[in-house]
Design a protein around this ligand. Structure first.
Ligand code: SAH
Length: 257
């Protein structure tokens, strides 16, 4: 499993989840749990109706630390102060079109920018979402695609989807950053010249053991070249193969005497 909490190249301290005016403390706990599952840890609460709260702690399961470290502020402006990228999650498209992201586009922006900018991901009230003034404090809006007949997700579920997209993209980026074989291999690759000498040697031996008939080659040597070309033999492996061939030759010579 990927370790999303401590991985290098990602800084969870740069990314805040901001919940505006949450009515149900259980949603705060559930959001905190989803955040921690996905490797996020900074939670900011703007005027929560009930906090601190036992039900927030209860719903957070092993993310109690995220709930306990949550910062409570009295306005969205102070929650996002110091942030260079603010993205508001909204189920509805508004009268004034705003730069819109989908969840994966949102994750991409967050990961690309989070080293240079503090990032806030803002979520609205359970009953009425974010108001226009709050939405207009955001650089972008993110909308989670959903059923038009039931488009609004539970607050903690919406936090989960956005956090998951960030986690998912991180795993993809990690895979891209996985070192190439060449970066850690202990031996240099054989040169073309070594390979050519090896093919000549192998061909001589294959003829000697009567596996290969140069009068009727049937593309044998091309296939052998393709095979060894695919595996990028290193110098040590090459000297082992050459040693094997030399031993075979020595035994052939001995038998022929
Ligand atoms: N009834 C409210 C929805 C509140 S849901 C409304 O119509 O706006 C609580 C919060 O979860 C929303 O403010 C938003 O931040 C987030 N959310 C819920 N569904 C979402 C969706 N489909 N896309 C983006 N954010 C969503």
């Amino acid at each position: 499993m990927e370790d999303l909490y401590t991985e290098q190249g990602f800084d969870a301290n740069q990314i805040s989840i901001v919940l505006v005016n949450t009515s149900h403390p259980g949603n705060i706990g559930a959001a905190a749990r989803g955040m921690k599952n996905m490797g996020l840890k900074k939670l900011v609460l703007v005027n929560p109706e009930e906090f601190p709260s036992g039900s927030a702690v209860a719903r957070s399961a092993s993310a109690v630390d995220v709930v306990e470290n949550a910062v409570v502020v009295d306005s969205l402006k102070s929650a996002i102060s110091g942030c260079g990228l603010v993205i508001g999650a909204s189920a509805r498209s508004r009268k004034i079109p705003w730069p819109m992201l989908d969840p994966s586009g949102c994750a991409e922006k967050v990961l690309k920018e989070h080293h240079a900018n503090k990032v806030a991901l803002v979520f609205g009230r359970e009953d009425s979402g974010l108001n226009n003034e709050e939405l207009q404090l955001c650089h972008y809006h993110v909308q989670i695609p959903s059923n038009p007949e039931c488009s609004s997700l539970n607050l903690a579920t919406a936090v989960m989807v956005i956090s998951y997209e960030i986690a998912k993209l991180r795993t993809v980026m990690n895979q891209i950053a996985v070192p190439e074989e060449d970066d850690f291999w202990d031996q240099p690759k054989s040169t073309i010249d070594d390979l050519e000498r090896f093919y000549e040697h192998l061909e001589r031996v294959l003829i000697a053991v009567r596996f290969h008939d140069p009068e009727n080659p049937r593309q044998l040597m091309q296939r052998i070249r393709r095979l060894f070309g695919r595996i990028r033999i290193d110098e040590m492996e090459m000297s082992v193969l050459r040693g094997i061939l030399s031993n075979v030759e020595w035994h052939i010579d001995k038998n022929n005497k």
